[in-house]
Write a protein that binds this ligand. Structure first.
Ligand SMILES: NC(=O)c1ccc[n+]([C@@H]2O[C@H](COP(=O)([O-])OP(=O)(O)OC[C@H]3O[C@@H](n4cnc5c(N)ncnc54)[C@H](O)[C@@H]3O)[C@@H](O)[C@H]2O)c1
Length: 316
């Protein structure tokens, strides 16, 4: 297949490009580098089956004949979407519409990277796909949550009205190499602080829970969904829950850091609990995560050490 990956210069998109190329496909990556980096794609630039196009997907474009669209373009970390609120709403609306139009015109299949943020600060726990969510439509995080909820709605509309063959994956907290080191998400934040010998910042009392999925597990789940015939949303994430405090302690243990934990006020709309119910993915895709948090942290360590060293060298 010739596959379009939007947002392919980002963390998840670049791993997806690797996996699609490894399966023998040709990949066109469209990215405007708003939050992504060419460094994530450096290793692919000599690959004959890989093309990079610097492109804002909110503007009309045509990558030529394509068989599948993986729409991953969107700021994803809270730091990024709070900084680029309007761009986040644009890529979730105009960007998703453009990508769906491409899929329709080329008779291509389409997969939307959606998010557990669609559930907001959930009242149901763990979250099943049937839960409609508890989102503040005017809070600071709404630029992301509502953009993704619109993306899901318009994806279902293209399926219903134009018979586009669509999929929606609700991605839960994923981590691993190539994340931005200082993007405010829990794991990179803790690794960054621990490797620099700084104290780890825990918001609130640290009893809020999160579940963390290692990137190779996430990509495997996404590819299985892409091959399936399911049009309704499917959760793909790791259901093993940790409190933020437990996670901080695991990062300190993995890095061997002497850092301590410091507590700060909880940001507005910070979800108290977030954990996927993955029974649908298990039954439908035969998928479940294999990499536990300790192993995933160890697999990520080398990348984060290099990134911290590079940052320190640049600051000198
Ligand atoms: N990483 C996670 O834990 C997670 C969780 C839930 C959902 N997701 C979703 O997965 C996707 C990828 O997330 P990520 O963690 O890799 O984030 P990322 O910021 O590393 O990657 C996003 C990419 O999209 C690009 N982009 C943004 N706006 C664009 C535009 N208008 N045109 C073209 N490219 C644009 C950025 O430059 C970047 O390369 C996002 O859609 C995100 O919402 C990620």
């Amino acid at each position: 297949m010739r596959v379009l990956v939007t947002g392919g210069a980002g963390f998840l998109g670049s791993h997806l490009c690797d996996a699609l190329l490894a399966e023998g496909h040709s990949v066109v990556c469209a990215d405007n580098l708003l939050t992504g980096r060419m460094a994530n794609l450096e290793h692919l630039l000599d690959e004959a089956r890989f093309e990079f196009v610097e492109q804002d997907v909110c503007r009309a474009f045509d990558p030529g004949k394509i068989d599948y669209v993986f729409h991953f373009a969107s700021p994803a970390s809270p730091a990024d979407y709070l900084k680029h609120g309007i761009e986040t709403l644009q890529v979730g609306s105009a960007g998703t519409l453009n990508c769906l139009e491409l899929a329709r015109q080329h008779h291509a299949r389409f997969l939307l990277a959606s998010t557990s943020e669609c559930y907001g600060d959930p009242l149901e726990h763990p979250q099943r796909e049937s839960y409609w969510g508890h989102v503040n439509p005017v809070g600071p995080r709404s630029v992301y949550d509502e953009a993704k909820r619109f993306s899901e709605a318009v994806t279902m509309a293209y399926h219903r009205y134009h018979q586009v063959d669509t999929r929606i994956v609700r991605i839960f907290n994923t981590y691993g190499p190539r994340m931005q080191i200082n993007d405010g998400r829990v794991i990179p934040n803790f690794l960054w602080q621990a490797l620099r010998g700084e104290n780890l910042t825990v918001y609130g009392d640290g009893s809020q829970t999160r579940s963390f999925c290692y990137v190779s597990d996430e990509v495997e789940g996404i590819l299985r969904l892409a091959r399936s015939a399911e049009h309704a949303p499917v959760n793909v994430g790791n259901p093993t829950e940790f409190t933020i405090l437990e996670c901080a302690r695991k990062v300190i243990a993995t890095t061997g850091s002497a850092s301590q934990i410091k507590f700060e006020a909880l940001p507005q709309d910070d979800p108290k609990q977030r954990c996927p119910d993955i029974s649908k993915a298990q039954q439908l895709l035969g998928w479940e995560p294999k990499v536990d948090l300790e192993s995933g942290l160890r697999l990520s360590l080398e990348y984060f050490k290099k990134a911290v060293a590079k940052d320190a060298a640049a600051a000198r």
